[in-house]
Write a protein that binds this ligand. Structure first.
Ligand code: MN
Length: 150
């Protein structure tokens, strides 16, 4: 669902892609991690699931080795085209700051649904099996933990 994505942005002012849902290619999913230097520097993890990029904001550098657990805050779905977006979001716009691609590559989702997503990443920095586990409820309902599996 890209409604929330559209609502937060003025596409006359930002060069980010306009919302458009795509059909997933069954055997070639992608992931991207964008370094986003906004009010607070963070990393946006995006996984192609059901034709959109499911998204999480990670306040610290993503885990490249097992044993590190990162907080990941679920954010609004992004259009698939966002995976190649790099540039500057102008002042006054949602997420104002610079976006650069930190890593990207192939995604294989092993398990998804409910409060756990298990997947494999083949990027330059992120390689191997990963998990996202939903930990939040109530006011923190968007909180997940993101970590590499052994
Ligand atoms: Mn962001």
């Amino acid at each position: 669902m890209l409604k929330e994505y559209a609502k937060k942005r003025d596409f006359k002012k930002t060069s980010e892609p306009k919302p458009k849902a795509a059909k997933s290619q069954p055997d070639s999913q992608i992931f991207v991690i964008q370094k986003h230097d906004a009010t607070h520097l963070h990393y946006d993890l995006r996984l192609e699931i059901n034709g959109v990029l499911k998204s999480w904001a990670i306040p610290k550098e993503p885990p490249v080795i097992p044993g590190i657990k990162r907080l990941a805050i679920e954010t609004e779905d992004h259009p698939l085209e966002y995976a190649s977006f790099e540039g500057t979001i102008p002042k006054g716009q949602y997420g104002a700051g610079t976006v650069s691609i930190w890593d990207k590559g192939e995604l294989k989702v092993e398990k998804s649904g409910g409060s756990e997503i298990l997947f494999e990443l083949s990027g330059s920095r992120m390689k191997g099996s990963y998990a996202l586990v939903k930990t939040g409820f109530g006011a923190q309902k968007n909180s997940w933990l993101f970590f590499k599996l052994r």
